[in-house]
Design a protein around this ligand. Sequence first.
Ligand code: ADP
Length: 406
Amino acid sequence: MLNRLVLVLNCGSSSLKFSIIDVKNNKKIIFGRVESILSSKSYIIWSANNIEYKNILKKNITYSSALNFILNNILKKDIKLFSNITAIGHRVVHGGSKLINSVIVNDKIIEDITDASCFAPLHNPINLLGIQCALNVFPHLSNKNVAVFDTSFHTTIPEHAYLYAIPYHFYINNGVRRYGAHGINHQYISIQSAKILNKSLKKINIISCHLGNGASISAIRKGICIDTSMGFTPLEGLVMGTRSGDIDPEIIFFMYKKLGISLNEIHTILTKESGLLGLNGVSSDCRYAEKNYYTDVGAKRSIDVFCYRLSKYIAAYNMLMKGKLDAIVFTGGIGENSSLIRDITISQLSVLNFNIDKECNMCNTFDKYIYIHSKDSLPILVIRSNEEWMIAKETISLLNLKHVHE
Ligand code: ADP
């Protein structure tokens, strides 16, 4: 007998994740992901009843087609399952200045999310596609779609950390400030860290490194976020798959005035052609850079810049913990899988008492979490990200359904 099911859609910058969570038993009934959307090698992997399926998708598949494939070829194929879906939770990257907490989707909310697209031009439009698609396929659940924002967790960041040192009126009149992103997973990581370290959430002090195609780091003190690396948009901060992260803004004027590159092209360069891809010239996929680190100068370069920037942020955020840091946590596709990135990053932090246990660090086949520090080190954890669980939890609590426990 199927219980109440929540469909969670997480449309990311290069992948689309979905899961159906059984609220009563807190089980993922089906979960999967479409990888390499808009490229020549898109594929979908999903698991149902512990059986894994894989399908190669047509070249350059769009987000809408990928979503339709999931909804029509996987979910609708099992009518019993399909008819037991009672709510849909959506990851939305940016709530802008208006949407602070999770909300039930309606026309006004769709308008507000559209307005906030200027803060996350690569993400919000994709998140909206997911919402529109769900509204079309599940018309009977039109008032049971919940938007959960990646910016919500960062609303506790103090003014001195979220303000840019530009004329203040840009903040007051135009909302120019640091908003952060990846908050859904940073929040999940703080909840899980508290459980793993056996501390109350209100007392947990961690540095959460979410390293995926997009990457960000958050300083979480006493369970709340006090600083994060992404800013006005998800372009600021760490080196990412194709995004530059921090740069001197003068580079933009140099490209525009001296090199005659248009503003649109510069935007494309910084968001889609930079990061690991820009530095190694071949791939934004960390697996490529990791595999070729010792043989290819470009691959090495891209990983070295990635790790140097990350270790600088960790060192700075460590200072915000006032000597009471409980753990550094790695999460996200790279954080969970790249032993090399973790090793190089932590090796630059030994002066702060962080040291890797080489053997533990090589293990990437753990279930939910693993410790990777040596005996003489402060704790370093790797925790599998689970944005879907966090989104389901928010969805059912907002719709007053039964609570999800993990
Ligand atoms: P997003 O949700 O931002 O699209 P993910 O958190 O799924 O990204 O992470 C995707 C990234 O994880 C890929 O770009 C890839 O570089 C990296 N990744 C996945 N598996 C591995 C692995 N085994 N080793 C190194 N990196 C990996």
